[in-house]
Design a protein around this ligand. Structure first.
Ligand code: 5AD
Ligand code: SF4
Length: 514
């Protein structure tokens, strides 16, 4: 499929709300000129095969576009967004732009946004407010909004009406179109909007500028078909599309050859990897079994969905080596009734059975999770079930959230009888348990020697180095700067709730806990 065909039926819209005077005029204007992205369209899952493209290139006429110009990208949200930023940075560099880490210095500013909760969105609107003055001082500055929020029609409408300082909005499926979007924005006085609501493609050869030289993200799949009732992601990221195994393996091999020490395989629901292949039967277990043979010390994956976590994957993970014994397994709630309303498609018992199986196969596995409290109509008893499940699994850490209604999702339409104070209080009670379990897990490290992948100087003290263990525990320790980028042994001298302190040791002088 060529670019023209790809564009067919898709939206490439420019709109200039500033030339309309009143709210009333706006609505008239939008009805006729502007077709917003559609969450309804984004929900559709067609039968057509995933199309793979290896034909990305920067059109010759755009090659000098960035000469003498600098770009700045601020990233919100998950690792997927972090990685998308690396791709956009690659495209900017290909266009001749230079990176800058201050907004004042930038000629193009992009906000790569997250839509998962309302507070994530509010941060972006706040930032757009702050950036308004820069546009006044520097009329040539281009200000863009991309990422998950751009996929929401309500957000695009709000930007059009209220944040007219924005020059371009483009969606998660439009990243490879950045050169064209920039060109359009330079040429036109109008706001450039390009948001494709539905996309089944995978574009393989996009350039990337990775943020570090030690750890790297590797996409294994895009999108999500799970449609948990609270979640906006299946709408903002489209249908599940897996990258071909040979492409992923090639990328990991290249990273290993470049000296990277850790890769994290990324997807919104990595356990569904390969389900969309029509010609081969190949899942995450098969992929991990091949990647474990690559000479790279650490391999992580995120995010898992318990429903698709199969026995073969457990067998492969049990082989250990570079496959780390840390499993992030979002549970969301410990109540079967709430899980049902969330459409998680497993019960409390099924989840616990999965954990039991993993623990049996990988005895030193540690678990972390994501939990939402205050789901619509969640009762105290149902919340108590979440607390008891937390204790039963013995998680070592968790990301905990108050439920945030997302427009367009089924849960947003549910009546909710749980007052916000109750939700907040539940979150506090849950976090107290989370802290208790983390502190308990950390205490066990006292006097032990662990392997630490050293990432750099500690944020708080440049004389101290910081890195992570195989189980993703932060360790601060005294050691030589030459250790940065290496895996070293550190003896733990002090355990805090969320981090460990230690000293680098030459030899293993204690039994390793990992
Ligand atoms: N409200 C609160 N938390 C949410 N998450 C996803 N959607 C919502 C929402 N609407 C949480 C889930 C998910 C994590 C990435 O964010 O726990 O696993
Ligand atoms: Fe946020 Fe989800 Fe989008 Fe990641 S995929 S940026 S978590 S909404």
């Amino acid at each position: 499929m060529n670019e023209k065909q790809r564009l067919e039926g898709q939206q490439v819209v420019t709109a200039n709300p500033t030339d309309k005077k009143s709210e009333k005029d706006y609505s008239k204007y939008f009805e006729t000129v502007f077709t917003p992205p559609s969450l309804k369209d984004a929900k559709k899952r067609g039968k057509e095969e995933v199309k793979y493209h290896n034909d990305f290139n920067i059109p010759e006429e755009f090659l000098g576009m960035g000469k003498g110009r600098k770009f700045y990208i601020r990233t919100y949200g998950c690792q997927m967004n972090e990685h998308d930023t690396e791709v956009m940075a690659g495209i900017f560099m290909g266009l001749g732009y230079e990176p800058t880490d201050t907004v004042d210095d930038a000629n193009v500013i992009l906000l790569n946004t997250c839509a998962i909760r309302e507070n994530a969105e509010n941060k972006v609107f706040g930032e757009l407010g702050h950036l308004k003055h820069l546009k006044k001082e520097k009329p040539d500055l281009l200000l863009g909004v991309c990422g998950c929020m751009s996929q929401e029609e309500s957000v695009v409408n709000k930007i059009l009406k209220t944040y007219t300082q924005v020059d371009m909005i483009f969606g998660t499926h439009n990243i490879h179109r950045l050169p064209n979007i920039l060109q359009e924005a330079y040429m036109s006085k109008e706001m450039v909007i390009e948001v494709w609501s539905k996309e089944g493609d995978v574009i393989e050869n996009l350039p990337k500028v990775r943020q570090g030289k030690i750890k790297a993200w590797v996409n294994i799949m895009y999108g999500c078909d799970k449609f948990c009732t609270y979640c906006i992601v299946p709408y903002t990221r489209g249908k599940e599309r897996s990258r071909r195994p040979e492409e992923i393996i090639h990328e990991v091999r290249q990273l290993a050859a470049q000296g990277y020490k850790e890769v994290t395989l990324l997807g919104q629901n990595v356990n569904a990897y390969g389900k969309d292949f029509e010609d081969i039967k190949y899942g995450l277990g098969d992929l991990m079994d091949e990647i474990r043979k690559i000479d790279i010390p650490r391999v992580r994956f995120t995010t898992s969905h318990p429903r698709d976590f199969d026995d073969y994957l457990i067998d492969v993970l049990a082989k250990g080596g570079n496959l780390l014994e840390h499993i992030h397994l979002p549970v969301q709630s410990g109540s079967t009734e709430v899980l049902k309303i969330m459409a998680r498609k497993y019960t409390r018992e099924q989840y616990l059975e999965l954990v039991r199986k993993i623990k049996a196969a990988i005895p030193n596995a540690t678990f972390t999770t994501d939990i939402i409290v205050g789901y619509p109509n969640e009762t105290e008893e149902q919340f108590q079930e979440t607390l008891s499940l937390y204790r039963e699994v013995g998680y070592e850490a968790a990301y905990t959230f108050i439920y945030s209604p997302r427009e367009g999702t089924p849960a947003a339409k549910m009546q909710d009888n749980v007052p916000m104070e109750v939700k907040k209080e539940r979150l506090q009670r849950l976090n107290a348990v989370v802290n208790e379990f983390s502190a308990e897990a950390m205490k066990k490290y006292h006097g032990q020697t662990v392997e630490v992948l050293v990432e750099g100087e500690s944020k708080n003290n440049p004389d101290v180095l910081a890195g992570y263990t195989r189980k993703n525990k932060l360790v601060n320790f005294i050691g030589p700067k030459a250790a940065i980028g290496q895996i070293v042994k550190v003896k733990i001298t002090d355990a805090k709730t969320w981090s460990l302190n230690g000293e680098m040791v030459e030899e293993l002088d204690a039994v390793e806990v990992e």
